[in-house]
Ligand binder design. Sequence first.
Ligand code: ARG
Length: 462
Amino acid sequence: MADAKKPWAGRFQEATAPSVERFTSSLHVDRRLYRHDIEGSIAHATMLADSGIISRADAKAIIRGLKSIRADMEKGRFVFDPADEDIHMAIEKELIRRAGDAGAKLHTARSRNDQIALDVRLYLRDEADGLIRLLNALQKQLVGMAKKEIATIMPGYTHLQKAQPVLLSHYLLAFAEMFARDGERLEDCRKRLNVLPLGAAALAGTGLPIDRTRTARLLRFPEVSRNSMDTVADRDYIAEFIFAASLAMAHLSRFCEDLVLWSSEEFGFAEISDAYTTGSSIMPQKKNPDVAELIRGKTARVYGDLTAILTLVKGLPMTYNRDLQEDKEPLFDAVDTLHDCLAVFLEMLAHTRFNAARMHLAARGGFSTATDVAEYLVEKGVPFRSAHEIAGGIVAYCIKTKRTMEDLTLGEYQSFYGGFEASILSRIRLENAVNARRHFGGTAQKAVRERIREFEKILDKK
Ligand code: ARG
């Protein structure tokens, strides 16, 4: 309902048009910030009293009022008035109703421009912590699985063509590395958002004797923002966060893509348990990896959120513009999507079994140890390019005669190069090919075990 008594109505002659009220309101979106808005306001009121800007009694009345509003909101008892523009207005209006004149002093030395920056930073700090915990849990899960699958050999692919045999545990740890970097990116982003914006007020700061360090301490911010104009214009922390979320989604999506492929009859490498798959309404035999597909699909949403925030800020004149109100929907969507995807992926992964026999069989095909033949020759002093050619000739011979490299006799090997010895036949066994790659970062059991131990050490502390 149009209401001439808006907190900013002093210079207005006419009431706001109802259509404008509806159009400008963000209450339906930003009401989820209520806890952080109230936490920020309690700290602000405390600082105002500590600095002698308002009386202790007023601060007490404000804090009592805010706590009672929070309790009502928590219990779902609070009746939101759609005519309130945003969560700040809704809370302040109710505070004034409950605490009278004292309530009307809360907004001293503050603007909604620094207030919203504060709310979002507090909110995102909490959410980042939750997401980092989920990423750590996912890494732990992967490390546990890698330990179990330490002897499982699978074909490694490039171009989705069989390339070289690798350990399944090496594959699983590859994703653990990605999720570790995602966690680091969130930690890094958290550092930059963990800065107190309050005190910037509308854009220029305030003439009142505020103590920003005091507010920062109350809200556990290790730093205070350094420029009031930057503070109300800045949305870097949102863009950074959504970028970090986008990459984490990309990693989940690639993992899901493999699980979708591996669940097919053609691959048969993995089976996701019934509880994490769905059926078809027409084809009775179907068991579909829909969860994995949906995670892949939801990645697109988060990329959309990233595009939205980057586009939102690109043409804005300094400093705050109402456009910035549009930052919250992409942010909340990115937070929720990443959170839900990580949580369900973690469960699904814990309910996925790998078919070691199928993987082993697949690794045997496709001449996946041809590179080992070449490396064997290098060890015998053959230049790599010539070794590559000799090994290529052996592959062509196998294709022509419908043989595998394991089937060939030593005599056949020697017909390609006289220096082959009986050891070539053991050199190209899958286990030996894998375990030959024992340098740091390689797929040999020894190297993988080392990395598992390192991961365990790091993750134990988290
Ligand atoms: N709802 C606004 C937002 O999310 C709060 C800041 C409004 N400031 C203003 N001057 N209208 O950005």
